[in-house]
Design a protein around this ligand. Structure first.
Ligand SMILES: Nc1ncnc2c1ncn2[C@@H]1O[C@H](COP(=O)(O)OP(=O)(O)OP(=O)(O)O)[C@@H](O)[C@H]1O
Ligand SMILES: [Mg+2]
Length: 453
């Protein structure tokens, strides 16, 4: 008996040591733990429980199958039902075929073959149910080819804690944060020239502008700020800004300058037979300009009737820059709490020109819809579900038609200020930027023609 007790105690001690070792490994190097033990156990668990999970999430279908089943026969005098086993056709719940789950950095991904009559939307609808069944942070559904869906599972939210901002990249490209997939969140103005950045107050809009300032400051680009909150957001980045407007009059003058600059660049391109500044010889190519607007609504708000004209001029100028700026190296990054048509008729047209969309936490569904357009409804739901505790998290949509959950790197004001100061020597002067030699070769009257062309 004491021997048996000893043996049991030994086994228990052995198991405890094993569990402690696994726990320590998981704690100290989660990634290697996940790729070996964690993933293997999860994959087995997912495959074993798939029928139950699929059934619970409404992803099975009734199909008739030959089945070896029990059938009741006669009732005997004692009241017992006699049964017999035989093969017969019965309706059974068939689960979708699942491939082997593959490990990813933050979870796993698995391909599932759709059953007859199923569409990827059925899986998107069930994504939340699947996430709860598996006890994971999120399940994202994509369909790389007909008849298949890929379920990408993230176990824990990878956007809760982020590393620091990496070094500045290629011209006009900044890695501003991290995507939920673990990949970098890149803003590349040459691919997507104009961006809308919306979100409720304290959702992280200005932080993203700071990230851009820090990323673009070491690059040979001109930065221009519109900050109608009296300059509270951008004034301290002055050393790296070629121009800054803090009230309506300054904004109008600055927008007029930008339109004139655009016309001048058009003239230059025309003179050299180029369609855009990137086709010009390197020596002649003008400096790209990134225009950052904090709180777009301020540009459209009218205190009285007297300002109607000014607002109309602002709206036209912004729209023109959005329509033609891309070719002539003028890029817009527009931030605002609401970027809706209630601001004025020009805003809808302006929005249509901005192919880059970023929606931080929002309070109402309309803002999400306005910002993200008619994207997948799941994107809108996801935008509304961003918690206030994670500022900087946003839904990002750009040209590839995909949407991603992402989070910007945190860049405190003093870091952006520091970057603005140390790269101040790279700031082109506004006078140099706006004194064009080709003014007059293209005039404002050419713009409608160019827009139609
Ligand atoms: N990516 C981030 N990571 C961590 N904290 C962040 C991040 N982005 C923003 N924050 C925090 O949230 C606060 C509010 O951010 P921010 O000033 O960018 O919001 P906002 O949307 O511009 O608000 P408002 O509309 O009031 O100007 C910041 O002071 C910062 O502490
Ligand atoms: Mg702000």
């Amino acid at each position: 008996m004491p021997d048996l007790l000893h043996l049991l105690l030994g086994i228990l001690a052995y198991l405890a040591a094993l569990l402690t070792a696994a726990w320590t490994w998981r704690h100290w190097h989660y990634r290697s733990y996940w790729l070996t033990i964690g993933y293997t156990l999860t994959a087995i668990g997912v495959r074993v429980t798939w029928r139950k999970v699929a059934l619970g999430c409404g992803l099975t279908k009734k199909q008739h199958r030959w089945w070896f089943t029990v059938v009741p026969r006669a009732v005997v005098s004692t009241g017992l039902v006699k049964v017999r086993r035989r093969v017969q056709r019965v309706a059974v719940d068939v689960k979708p075929w699942m491939w082997l789950p593959l490990p990813t950095r933050y979870g796993w991904r698995v391909t599932v073959r759709l059953l007859e009559g199923q569409v990827p939307g059925d899986y998107a609808d069930a994504a939340e149910r699947l996430a709860h069944s598996w006890g994971v942070h999120a399940v994202r559904v994509s369909s790389p080819r007909p008849g298949r869906v890929v379920l990408a599972v993230t176990i824990r939210d990878p956007l809760v804690r982020l590393d620091t901002l990496p070094a500045s990249g290629e011209l006009l490209t900044v890695i501003v944060g991290k995507l939920e997939t673990g990949g970098p969140w890149v803003i590349d103005f040459r691919t997507v020239p104009h961006w809308l950045n919306a979100g409720a107050t304290q959702s992280g809009k200005s932080n993203l502008a700071n990230v851009l300032i820090v990323g673009l400051a070491p690059q040979p680009v001109a930065l221009v700020g519109f900050d109608l909150k009296g300059g509270v957001e951008f004034a301290s980045y002055g050393p790296r800004l070629s121009a800054l407007a803090t009230d309506r009059a300054e904004s109008l003058a600055l927008l007029d300058d930008l339109v004139a600059m655009m016309l001048d660049r058009m003239g230059l391109c025309r003179a050299h037979g180029a369609r855009n500044i990137w086709q010009l010889p390197a020596g002649l190519r003008p400096v790209p300009v990134v225009v950052l607007v904090d709180e777009l609504a301020e540009l459209y708000l009218m205190a009285g009737k007297s300002e109607k004209d000014e607002v109309a001029r602002t709206s036209t100028a912004l729209l023109r820059i959005a329509q033609l700026g891309r070719a002539f190296g003028i890029y817009l990054f527009l931030c605002g709490q609401r970027i809706g048509s209630d601001l004025g008729p020009g805003v809808t047209a302006l929005r249509a020109q901005c192919s880059g969309r970023i929606c931080h936490r929002v309070n109402d569904p309309e803002t999400a819809t306005m910002t993200l357009g008619d994207l997948d409804p799941a994107a809108l739901l996801s935008a509304r579900a961003i918690p206030a505790e994670t500022p900087g998290v946003a839904i990002v949509a750009s040209q590839d038609g995909q949407w991603y959950r992402a989070r910007s790197f945190y860049v405190a004001e003093h870091i952006a200020e520091h970057a603005a100061r140390i790269y101040a020597h790279l700031t082109p002067s506004w006078a140099d930027l706006t004194t064009g030699a080709h003014r007059g070769e293209v005039t404002e009257t050419d713009i409608p023609v160019l827009l139609d062309a």
